[in-house]
Design a protein. Structure first.
Lengths: 525, 114
C-alpha cells in the first residue's frame, strides 16, 4: 500500500484502524499481555500517523471528502439521488483535522501510560478494547459530515466512556459514576437523535452540508438547535449541567480521565459545528452567542470556586476541567456573537475564536498531563486524598516537574501554552466586554491559587514516614507524561507557529460555512 | 526573525522566546547574588536541623500543613456563596437530569421568543 493510497483513504483508515484494534485486542490478548500491549501501541501509533497524514493533506490541498460506498471518494452525489448526498460522507476540513490530530496525540500518550498504570489490574483486554472504541467515537464525531453518523459516534463515545468510568467494578462508586454518565449521555443522545429527526423531516437529508444549504431557521429548526446545543453542552461539561463530570472524572482510572477530557471536547466541537456550519448566519447568532458566553462564564467561575475546597485531587482537577471549558465557550461565543459583523470579526471576533480553539488543544495537553500525574501519585501511594498526601517531591521528582508544567500551564503562567491562548482570549474579549475579560483573569488567579494548594499538599513538606518507600513511577508512565509535557512547553514557546499552522486554518474553516457546503455539494445550493 | 517567534493577539503581542531570555538573565543575576552570600552553609550537618526554641522536633507527619488547612479564610469569606452552591451538587442523578432539562427549557424559551 503506497502513501497516496493511504492518504486517499485516510478518513476511513482513521476509524478502521482503532476499530480493528478494538475488536482484535481480546483475541490477541490470548497470546499474552506483552503481545497485546505491543499491538495496542502499534494501533494507536498507526492511528496518529494517519491523523497527521490527513491533517497534512487538508492543510495543503483543502477539505478532504470521503464518500463511503462510492467508486471514488469524491463522488458525493450519485446520479440517481436527485442531487442529495445520500451516502455517508466524511468531511474533513481544517477544524476536523485539528481535532483529529490532538485527539490521536493524547490517545497515544494515554495508551503508553496505560501499559504500566493498568498492569496491576484485571480485565485489561476489555480496557484496551474500550479505550480504542472510545477513540473511534471521538475521531468519528470530529470527521463525519453526516448528522446521523455523528449521533452513532456520539453513542460509541458515550457507551465506551461510561464502561471505562465503571472499569474498577470492585468499587461501588465507580459503577455509580459510570451509570450516571451512561444515563445522562443516553438522554443527551436521545435529544440529539430527536433533533436530527426534526431536521430530516424538514429537509429530507442527513448530510450536514445539505441541511445547511437548505436551512430556514424555522420554529422546528430552533427546537432542533436547542436540543443539539444543550445535549452537547451537557456532554462537554458546561455549568449548570456539569454535575456528572466530578463524579465520572474522579472515579475513572486517570488514564481514562485524560481521554475523557478529549471526549468532552469532541462534544464541544459538536456545539461549534452545529452553530457555525449547520446553522451559520441563519440563526440568531447574537442570542446564541450570548447564551454560549453566559454558559462559559458560569463554567469558569463555578468550576474554579468549586475546585478550591476539594480534597480529592481528581475531583479538584475535574472541576478545573469544567472551568477551562468555560474559556473555550467564552472565546468561541464572542466570535459567534459578532459573526454577522465582518468589521467586528476582523477587529476581535476571529482572534477570540482562535483563542478559544487554541485553548481546546492546550487544555487537552495540560489537563491530560495533570490527570496522568494524579494517576502516578495514586499508582504509588494508593490515595487521592490531599489531606493524606505530602512530601512526595523528595521521591517523585520527575512527576513533580511534570505536575509543575501542567499546573503553570492551566493557571496561564508564561511561557507555557495556557498563557498564549488565554492572552488571546483576554485581549479580544476585553474589546467585546471588559467585564468578561476581568472575570476570565480572576478565574486564572483562582486557578493558580488552587494548584498552589495541590502542589503544596502533594509534593512539599518533609518526607512522610508512610511514603518512605515510594519511588518514581516506571518509565512508560513517565514517557506518556513526558510527551504531553513537551507539547505543553513547545506550544507555549512557539505559539505563533501553532496558530499559523493549525488554529487559524481551523477557525477559518469553522467560519466558512459556504466553503464547507461547496466542498460536499460542489457549489450547488 | 522576531516576528516569527511573536504571537500576534490582534491588539498586542507576546514573544515567549524573548521572555525566556529575560528570565534566564534574571536567574543568572540571582545566582550571582546568591554566590556572593554566606558560604559557611554545609548540607547534612547540624545546621539543617530545625531549631524550635529548644523544644523537641515534632514527628514529620505533624508538621506538614495539610490541604484542609489551606484557604480556610477564602472559603470562610465566601461562605454565603458556598452555602448555596455546594448543596446544589447533591450527587443524585435525578437532580442532574432536572438541571439538564431545566436549562434546555430555559434556552428553548429564550431562542423561541427572541
Amino acid at each position: 500500500m503506497n502513501a497516496d493510497l493511504i492518504i486517499q483513504n485516510a478518513p476511513a483508515l482513521l476509524l478502521a484502524i482503532p476499530m480493528l484494534g478494538a475488536f482484535t485486542t481480546p483475541l490477541i490478548g490470548k497470546a499474552g499481555a506483552a503481545v497485546r500491549n505491543l499491538w495496542v501501541l502499534l494501533v494507536m501509533a498507526a492511528t496518529a500517523v494517519v491523523a497527521f497524514l490527513l491533517a497534512g493533506e487538508v492543510l495543503t490541498a483543502g477539505t478532504v471528502i470521503y464518500t463511503f460506498g462510492a467508486s471514488a471518494p469524491g463522488l458525493t452525489l450519485p446520479l440517481d439521488s436527485g442531487g442529495i448526498p445520500i451516502r455517508i460522507i466524511f468531511t474533513v476540513d481544517a477544524m476536523s483535522a485539528f481535532m483529529a490530530v490532538f485527539a490521536s496525540i493524547v490517545g497515544f500518550a494515554v495508551m503508553l501510560y496505560s501499559i504500566t498504570s493498568q498492569s496491576r489490574n484485571s480485565g485489561q483486554d476489555g480496557y484496551y478494547a474500550l479505550l480504542q472504541l472510545l477513540m473511534v467515537g471521538i475521531l468519528g464525531m470530529v470527521t463525519t459530515g453526516d448528522m446521523f453518523n455523528f449521533f452513532v459516534f456520539l453513542e460509541i463515545n458515550s457507551l465506551a466512556g461510561a464502561a471505562l468510568v465503571a472499569y474498577r467494578v470492585d468499587r461501588g462508586v465507580a459503577v455509580e459514576a459510570g451509570l450516571k454518565y451512561a444515563i445522562l449521555s443516553t438522554l443527551g443522545g436521545l435529544l440529539v437523535l430527536f433533533a436530527i429527526a426534526l431536521l430530516y423531516g424538514q429537509y429530507d437529508a442527513l448530510n450536514i452540508a445539505m441541511i445547511a444549504s437548505r436551512m430556514q431557521f424555522s420554529f422546528l429548526d430552533k427546537i432542533a438547535l436547542v436540543m443539539l446545543f444543550i445535549a452537547l453542552a451537557m456532554k462537554s461539561g458546561a455549568v449548570p449541567m456539569h454535575f456528572w463530570t466530578p463524579d465520572a472524572y474522579s472515579m475513572a482510572p486517570s488514564s481514562i480521565t485524560a481521554i475523557l477530557v478529549v471526549a468532552s471536547q469532541a462534544s464541544l466541537y459538536g456545539v461549534f459545528r452545529i452553530a457555525f456550519t449547520l446553522y451559520g448566519l441563519t440563526l440568531d447568532y447574537a442570542t446564541i452567542g450570548w447564551i454560549i458566553i453566559i454558559l462559559g462564564v458560569l463554567s469558569m467561575f463555578v468550576g474554579v470556586t468549586m475546585a478550591i475546597p476539594q480534597k480529592d485531587v481528581k475531583r479538584l482537577m475535574a472541576y478545573h476541567a469544567v472551568s477551562q471549558t468555560g474559556y473555550m465557550l467564552l472565546g468561541v461565543g464572542v466570535g459567534l456573537a459578532v459573526l454577522g459583523s465582518p468589521e467586528l470579526m476582523e477587529q476581535y471576533g476571529q482572534v477570540a475564536m482562535e483563542g478559544g480553539i487554541f485553548h481546546i488543544i492546550n487544555h487537552a495537553m495540560y489537563k491530560g498531563l495533570l490527570f496522568l500525574t494524579a494517576g502516578a501519585i495514586f499508582y504509588q501511594t494508593g490515595t487521592r486524598n490531599l489531606n493524606k498526601l505530602g512530601g512526595l517531591g523528595h521521591s517523585m521528582k520527575l512527576t513533580m516537574i511534570f505536575f509543575i508544567i501542567g499546573a503553570l500551564a492551566i493557571a496561564g503562567i508564561p511561557p507555557f501554552n495556557g498563557f498564549a491562548s488565554k492572552l488571546m482570549i483576554y485581549e479580544s474579549v476585553f474589546l467585546f466586554n471588559p467585564i468578561l475579560a476581568i472575570i476570565a483573569m480572576v478565574v486564572s488567579i483562582l486557578t493558580l491559587a488552587s494548584f498552589v494548594k495541590v502542589f503544596h499538599s502533594i509534593f512539599m513538606g518533609p518526607r512522610l514516614p508512610e511514603y518512605g518507600e515510594v519511588r518514581e513511577v516506571p518509565l512508560p508512565m513517565l514517557v506518556g507524561m513526558g510527551i504531553l509535557a513537551l507539547l505543553v512547553v513547545l506550544f507555549g514557546v512557539f505559539p505563533q507557529q501553532v496558530v499559523d499552522i493549525l488554529i487559524t486554518p481551523a477557525t477559518t474553516a469553522l467560519i466558512d460555512q459556504g466553503g464547507y457546503i461547496a466542498s460536499v455539494l460542489g457549489g450547488a445550493s | 526573525m522576531i516576528s516569527s517567534i511573536t504571537l500576534e493577539t490582534g491588539t498586542g503581542f507576546w514573544s515567549p522566546v524573548l521572555w525566556i531570555v529575560a528570565f534566564v538573565i534574571a536567574l543568572i543575576i540571582a545566582y550571582i547574588i546568591w554566590a556572593l552570600g554566606e558560604s559557611s552553609y554545609r548540607k547534612d550537618t547540624r545546621q539543617v536541623k530545625p531549631y524550635l526554641s529548644g523544644n523537641p522536633e515534632p514527628a514529620k507527619g505533624d508538621v506538614h500543613v495539610r490541604a484542609g488547612n489551606l484557604y480556610w479564610g477564602f472559603t470562610e469569606a465566601l461562605k454565603g456563596y458556598y452555602s448555596r452552591v455546594v448543596p446544589l451538587h447533591t450527587g443524585i442523578l435525578n437532580d442532574y437530569v432536572l438541571w439538564f432539562l431545566a436549562v434546555m427549557a430555559l434556552v428553548l424559551v429564550i431562542v423561541g421568543v427572541v
